[in-house]
Ligand binder design. Structure first.
Ligand code: URA
Length: 289
């Protein structure tokens, strides 16, 4: 068997196919960095397995040079991350920027200019919102996925298509509903956002809800419900029961936690539960006029 070569397009295609199959679908930097090598102790610090000079053994041959893309002429220098690990200062800045926004347009601009969330460094687009900001209903999901990142719009992939059908079932569509996410940048590989990332993004979605001021909020899935309803209860216990989302200025908005469309795609037997929740929303909207 011959060793894989970084210069052979067939080997590279195999390598990329392998990465895709294990969920590695993002390149964070232009050049690969071997973090294991960085973490390994320097040669002088390693426990010697033999002591060649003392044992009289010949010097081992010099190791062949390693392939290092950073050494390739004209290769661009690795880009440093625009933000390090998120911290309280970034959350404070997010709160300040969110509060200062007096319109959705301004909020979007502030978010687009914000560099305090590391997720922005790997996302292609800010996924701000879709739908009608005058709508009576606002839905909030967790975070954009691959399709949403590419299009810059929430819920446009498979789960978005299911969400559209759920909305249609109660007579709504994207002209009569407004859709956003707790996190507006796609986490790499669709990983779960960290609590830090959620805390940094929270002021933005809270301000977005406040500026839209819907009659009813629908929390799609546990992360949205937990973040915006200040609870640690699981979504299967929360769903179907009215809660209240209270905005920073004290406006109380009825909120219906329900199951996330992506979960329903994996667990279709639970679609009937989401259907009941959406009927509750329909009844509430009718009651509120
Ligand atoms: N899942 C979400 O929570 N939000 C999206 O926009 C897409 C999928």
């Amino acid at each position: 068997m011959t060793a894989a070569s970084p210069n052979n397009p067939v080997d590279l295609a195999d390598l990329l196919a392998f990465y895709a199959s294990v969920g590695v679908d993002e390149a964070l930097e232009d050049a690969p960095v071997n973090r294991f090598a960085e973490a390994a102790p320097k040669p002088a610090e390693r426990m010697p397995t033999t002591t060649p000079r003392e044992s009289g053994a010949p010097e081992p041959p010099a190791a062949p040079p390693r392939f290092d893309a950073r050494a390739v002429p004209d290769a661009p220098a690795p880009r440093p991350p625009t933000s390090a690990v998120p911290d309280e200062a970034q959350a404070a800045l997010a709160r300040q920027l969110a509060t200062a926004a007096v319109s959705l347009d301004e909020l979007r601009q502030h978010m687009a200019a914000f560099e305090g969330c590391n997720l922005k460094a790997t996302a292609k687009n800010l996924v701000f919102a879709d739908g009608n900001p005058q709508a009576a209903v606002m839905l909030v999901g967790e975070a954009p996925g691959r399709d949403e990142d590419i299009e810059g719009l929430p819920f446009v992939g498979r789960s978005g298509r299911l969400l559209d059908r759920m909305l249609a079932a109660i007579g709504l569509d994207r002209n009569s509903a407004y859709i956003a996410n707790v996190i507006p940048w796609r986490p790499p590989g669709n990983r779960t956002p960290t609590p830090h990332e959620t805390e940094i993004c929270r002021p933005f979605i809270e301000r977005q809800i406040e500026l839209v001021n819907p009659k009813v909020l629908i929390n799609l899935g546990g992360p949205s419900a937990k973040t915006l309803l200040n609870t640690s209860e699981g979504i299967l216990r929360l769903r179907g029961n009215w809660r209240v989302h209270t905005t920073a200025s004290g406006i109380a908005i009825p909120a219906m936690p329900t199951l996330h469309p992506a979960y329903l795609l994996r667990t279709p037997a639970h679609k009937k539960l989401a259907w009941r929740d959406f009927l509750e929303v329909k009844a509430k909207l009718r009651a509120l006029g």
